[in-house]
Structure formats: C-alpha cells, structure tokens
Design a protein around this ligand. Structure first.
Ligand SMILES: NC(=O)c1ccc[n+]([C@@H]2O[C@H](COP(=O)([O-])OP(=O)(O)OC[C@H]3O[C@@H](n4cnc5c(N)ncnc54)[C@H](O)[C@@H]3O)[C@@H](O)[C@H]2O)c1
Length: 216
C-alpha cells in the first residue's frame, strides 16, 4: 500500500514510516525538515503542512503526525489546520483505505498548553467528521491520543531528573511510551482494522485513569 505520513522526519512520524517500510509498503513522507531515512520505497518532500502540499497520486493510507507543542496560536495552525490541510488534500479519493491522525490525551483532558489542548481536541472532532465523509469509499478514520511519548519534543522534562520523576509519577504504569509503540497502534488501525471508525484511541499508560479509591 502507499502510505502518506506528515511529520515524517522525527519522533512518532519517523517511527510510523519505519514500521510501514519494514513491512514492505511504499511510504511518502512530508516534513519541514529533511529526510531522516533513506530507503528504496521512501520518497520525501520538504513541505510545511500549513502551505500548499505536493501532488501525490493514489494514496491508500494517510497518517498525520506533524505537530508542535508551543504556547502560541501557531500551534492551532500546525496541529489542527495543518492536519485538515493534509487530510483534505490526500484522503478524499477512491483509493483511500484509512486515515489515522495523531491527536493527544490532552485533547481529552485539557492538561497541556491551552492552544495545544484545543488543537488536539479539534483533531479528535475533525477525525470523526472525516470518518463520516470517508465511509462512502469504505474507508475508516480514527485518531490516536498518546499520553507522554519519549521524543525530542519532551527534552525539557526528560533531561531534568526531578521533573522526569514527577512526570512518570503522573501515570498509572510509571512510564512513557516509545514512538515505536504508537507506530504499532497506527499500523493496526490503518491496516488490520476494518470496522472501527470515528473513534479516538487513548494510549497514555493509564495517566487519565489514575485515581485512588478512598474508603472508610
Ligand atoms: N511526544 C509526545 O509526548 C506526544 C504526545 C501526544 C501527542 N503527540 C503528537 O504526536 C505528533 C508527533 O510528535 P513527536 O513527539 O513525534 O514530535 P517531533 O517533534 O519529534 O516530530 C514532529 C515532526 O513534525 C515536523 N513538523 C513540525 N511542524 C511542521 C510543519 N509545519 N509542517 C511539516 N512538518 C512539521 C517536525 O519537523 C518533526 O519532524 C505531534 O502531533 C504531537 O503533538 C506527541
């Protein structure tokens, strides 16, 4: 299958590209940064998801992972409007099989920078809208909402031992996910899954669930 991945040069997007390439698929990556991998089945475009995007024919799977975690409103432009720009450009044609957007647990509980949480809540709602419009092609659309994932965007807390311990203590399982784990879920939702659509999958090590039963 032909898989288009935004945010392909680092973190979760890069892990998604490697997963599909390892399993023999053709991958087209889009990122503002240069390619981080070289492979016979990989094509890279340097492009900004906020702008005009390159023409790519016959895309079967769209995965949107391009995102930023900033306190300003550019976060809405990249994370929400950029996601919409990518999906509208590549998904609505007869070859489409599935769309997976990378949202965030903060789109469900609001626990992040305000613009970031709002952008991700928007991605979750937009993905449901995509599911409604893609059904006529027999295609699915789902979002994935990771909690903490060990990528360089989180260096400010990961590189500070005190903050890192405080962050880990927030989750039920006392850890964060690796980007490769998120890629596994993306693969399942986009290739194996046939019947789940319009849903948001939370992968947060039990961070939102964490609560204590108080009794006399
Ligand atoms: N890492 C986490 O803890 C975490 C948790 C929940 C959700 N997410 C989401 O997962 C996605 C990937 O995050 P990550 O941690 O892998 O981040 P990352 O910074 O490692 O990778 C993001 C990639 O997107 C690219 N990018 C940024 N702005 C772009 C633009 N305007 N146009 C094209 N490409 C652009 C970057 O160059 C980078 O390669 C993001 O949407 C992020 O919000 C991450």
């Amino acid at each position: 299958m032909k898989v288009l991945v935004s945010g392909a040069s680092n973190g979760i997007g890069l892990a998604v590209c490697k997963k599909f390439l390892d399993l023999g698929h053709e991958v087209v990556g889009i990122d503002i940064a240069p390619a981080s991998l070289a492979h016979a089945n990989y094509t890279h475009f340097i492009a900004d998801v906020r702008d005009a995007l390159p023409d790519v024919d016959n895309v079967n799977i769209v995965v949107t992972a391009a995102g930023v975690q900033l306190p300003d409103s550019e976060t809405i432009n990249v994370n929400l409007k950029g996601t919409i720009n990518v999906v509208e450009k590549y998904a609505f044609q007869s070859g489409i099989k599935s769309v997976v957007t990378i949202a965030s647990s903060s789109g469900r509980n609001g626990a992040e920078f305000p613009m970031y949480s709002a952008s991700k809540g928007g991605v979750i709602a937009y993905t449901k809208n995509v599911a409604l419009r893609l059904a006529k092609y027999g295609a699915t659309a789902n979002s994935v909402s990771p909690g903490g994932v060990k990528t360089s965007v989180n260096a400010p807390v990961m590189d500070d031992p005190k903050l890192w311990q405080a962050v880990l203590d927030e989750s039920l399982l006392g850890k964060w996910a690796e980007p490769e784990e998120i890629a596994d879920f993306v693969y399942f939702l986009s290739v194996v899954n046939k019947s789940m659509t319009g849903e948001d999958l939370l992968i947060d090590n039990g961070e939102i669930l964490k609560s204590n039963f108080i009794w006399k």
